[in-house]
Design a protein around this ligand. Structure first.
Ligand code: PMP
Length: 314
């Protein structure tokens, strides 16, 4: 928020002219963002200093992806992402309309002419008093998109077992509530400070929960298992892989994970991300993970006809 940013009202007023004059997004143009019903230059917005979400985390977001398919750009499992966002918004009675949000996502992708893209819808409580009550705070919604952002950089991740516990589900529901991600930030910082790429959360009983922004699977003797834990986010990529493979989902201890042949993390941004190491346990070759990576890649790009219903054409 610099002093030179355009106030929200001005940006709305300028929107029509900006939109019609705009070339396709490239490295030199500022992408457009959808903000409260209009497409505006993404770097032109500012938020008031009393923004409730900035003080207390009262927002909900999604991480969604679009892929280039033979029929043009398509969004992968958009209704499922927006349904999870609706559940999060409901937690603090934040107005949220999935149909409007879907239109906003598609409008943003069309405006930026993105094909392979990472999409960030965010709804939040804005200006009002400094009190905790959300009543009286202005609700806002935005959608931004960028050319694909690759979580864990497509490399084999090295995980540190987090000294922090995951937010327990009876304190904070495992949804994409903004404030909940402070927990992920702390864990990620601590893991990186110890030389790892990412943190793995375990609970007090030694069961695996998830990573800071991805779910966990393991392979043992050719058998695929999804880690199940009540404190973990119900990931859409995890569900995708369960549906594609019919794998089992169950509680897994850290001990068992360390004995697995292969471990991978998965999420919308991470896709299927092989794990090279957990603390001082190094994993070897990962043929099952590679096969699943390839399958997932075909499904999200519309090359598996049986699963094309998961794609929403832009
Ligand atoms: N766990 C957490 C904490 C996450 O933030 C994410 C990313 N949304 C995931 C798991 C993976 O979820 P999804 O596959 O729906 O992206």
């Amino acid at each position: 928020m610099s002093a030179t940013v355009t106030p929200i009202a001005d940006a709305h007023a300028r929107h029509a002219a900006t939109e019609s004059a705009r070339p396709a997004t490239d490295a030199t143009t500022v992408p457009l963002a959808w903000f409260d019903g209009a497409l505006v230059p993404g770097d032109a917005m500012q938020a008031g200093l009393t923004t409730h979400a900035m003080h207390y985390g009262s927002g909900v977001f999604e991480g969604v992806r679009a892929y280039a398919t033979d029929d043009g750009a398509a969004v992968f499992r958009l209704p499922e992402h927006l349904e999870r966002m609706r559940l999060g918004a409901e937690m603090f009675a934040l107005p949220f309309n999935p149909a409007q949000a879907a239109e906003a996502v598609l409008a943003t992708l069309r405006a930026n002419r993105h094909r392979d893209a990472y999409i960030r819808p965010l709804a939040w409580f804005g200006e009002g008093s400094f009190g905790l009550d959300v009543e009286g705070h202005v609700p806002h919604m935005m959608v931004a998109s960028t050319a694909t952002h690759v979580h864990l950089n497509g490399t084999r991740a090295r995980l540190g077992v987090s000294r922090w516990r995951r937010n327990p589900a009876d304190s904070l529901p495992p949804l994409k509530l903004c404030g909940g991600y402070v927990n992920s930030i702390l864990a990620k910082r601590e893991a990186k400070a110890r030389g790892f790429d990412e943190a793995l959360f375990t609970d007090r009983e030694g069961r695996v929960v998830e990573c800071t922004g991805a779910n966990v699977f393991m392979v043992r003797d050719g058998e695929l298992t999804a880690v199940a834990h009540p404190d973990a986010l119900d990931g859409i990529t995890r569900d995708t892989l369960l549906q594609l493979t019919g794998a089992q989902a169950r509680a897994v201890s850290l001990e068992e994970l360390l004995q697995a042949d292969e471990v991978f993390a998965c999420g919308t941004a991470a896709e299927v991300a092989p794990v090279a190491q957990i603390e001082d346990r190094h994993y070897g070759d990962n043929p099952v993970t590679r096969e699943l990576q390839a399958l997932y890649g075909r499904v999200v790009r519309g090359r598996e006809p049986a699963w094309r219903h998961w794609l929403t054409t832009v």
